[in-house]
Every structure is written in structure tokens, then in C-alpha cells.
Design a protein around this ligand. Structure first.
Ligand code: CMP
Length: 135
């Protein structure tokens, strides 16, 4: 079933010059880039995007990190795109993510983990509406 999902290529990836590498991995898999924009996440957008995490102890440093510089927001589509992008991204903690995944190959951090991808159909709908209100 074709799905759309929201991907953020995070500020660490932009700083490290890994945007092309990450977007290539999505394209090479056969997924389609429907929209792609360089954006900055402000505090208000962070609180809305990460509503389920705002009370967690890791949230304040996560918010500082996510608002620390430019990121790239994408709508990615394809067959089973939500789970396919999550599996390309790998486990949240780059130190534990499997080799071959984006985080497993390129991140050594639980926070600065290069990519965010919607985790369900409901979050994909909510996050696409938040980042791309015209879609
Ligand atoms: P993301 O997929 O964007 O969703 C929530 C983010 O919070 C996650 O990626 C990580 O960047 C961050 N995160 C999740 N768990 C932790 C944790 N235990 N410590 C630090 N950061 C975390």
C-alpha cells in the first residue's frame, strides 16, 4: 500500500554534509521525494512536533539540538513508506543501530541521530500537516 511519511534530516546531518548521502539512501531504495525544504525548527514547532516527548527528561537538550540549525524536511512516498523509512533509519541510538542503516553507519549518538521519520500512519498525517500545511 502506498504511503506518505514525514522525514526530517536533522541539524547534525546538515552540519556534517550528510544530506545528499541520506536522501540518496531513500531514493536508492525506490522511495519518491514528494517535497523537500530547508527549514528551521523554532521552539514552538519543536513543542508541537515532539508533543509526546515534551515531559521527558531528554526533551530540553533534544529541543536545543533540533532548533540549533537548519534541517531538511521531506515528504517521502512509496510502498509501505512509513515502515520502510524507519527500517532504513535504524534504531534510535546510533551506537546500537544495525550496520547498514543510516544511524548504524553514520551516528554515534542517541540524540544526534541524523534523521526523524514518522512512526505510524497517524503521526505521518499529523506531521505532514504540521510541516507542509498545503499538503
Ligand atoms: P526522533 O525519531 O526524532 O524522535 C525523538 C527523538 O528524541 C529521537 O529521534 C532522538 O533524537 C531523541 N531521543 C530519544 N530518546 C532519547 C534519549 N534516551 N536520550 C536522548 N535523546 C533521545
Amino acid at each position: 500500500m502506498s504511503q506518505r511519511t514525514l522525514v526530517l534530516v536533522k541539524p547534525d546531518a546538515v552540519r556534517r554534509g550528510l544530506v545528499g548521502e541520506i536522501v540518496s539512501r531513500l531514493e536508492n531504495k525506490g522511495l519518491t521525494i514528494e517535497e523537500m525544504q530547508t527549514r528551521t525548527m523554532d521552539g514552538e514547532l519543536a513543542d508541537t512536533h515532539y508533543a509526546e516527548h515534551v515531559d521527558k527528561p531528554f526533551y530540553p537538550p533534544l529541543k536545543d539540538f533540533m532548533t540549533s540549525g537548519k534541517l531538511v524536511a521531506l515528504i517521502v512516498s512509496g510502498d509501505e513508506a512509513i515502515t520502510v523509512v524507519r527500517s532504513l533509519a535504524g534504531a534510535t541510538d546510533g551506537r546500537k543501530a544495525a550496520p547498514g542503516t543510516i544511524r548504524g553507519d553514520l551516528s554515534l549518538s542517541n540524540r544526534e541521530n541524523l534523521i526523524h521519520a514518522s512512526d505510524s500512519e497517524d503521526s505521518a498525517k499529523r506531521e505532514i500537516a504540521l510541516w507542509f500545511p498545503d499538503n
